[in-house]
Design a protein around this ligand. Sequence first.
Ligand SMILES: [Zn+2]
Ligand SMILES: [Zn+2]
Length: 143
Amino acid sequence: MAGATSACIFCQIARSSTPTSLLHSDDRVVAFEDVNPAALRHYLVIPVEHIPTVRDLKRRAEDYTLVSHMLDVGRMLLQRDVPQSKQYRFGFHQPPLNSVNHLHLHCLALPFIPRWKHMKYLSLGPLGGFIEAEKLLDKLKPE
Ligand SMILES: [Zn+2]
Ligand SMILES: [Zn+2]
């Protein structure tokens, strides 16, 4: 697997070699709680494979199905755990605004707590920022 290193904290979590408890795991993805929650509930879904950022994804079936699987898992977990939330948001930080260089889908059950945290999850249009999962899927969908 290209680029997988023992220094990557998310690779370690995916291999269950940390105390982080997994909310979901299958052969392609794992999910766990964000250590710095920005909302009522805040989960991360990551691929088991080390893919650094959204820039490493291409318009092809393989990447499209991976991201749509990540989104399905995130939706399933939030709907199960926080059905009372009025709004969910799912998306990715684009470099250079991403924190950890291992692809991770932010799954947020709103409201943002504290409220200013929403600033971190704004789309900045052509400048990048946060990209909604649905929008990324449009970009990856094979012709
Ligand atoms: Zn990694
Ligand atoms: Zn992030």
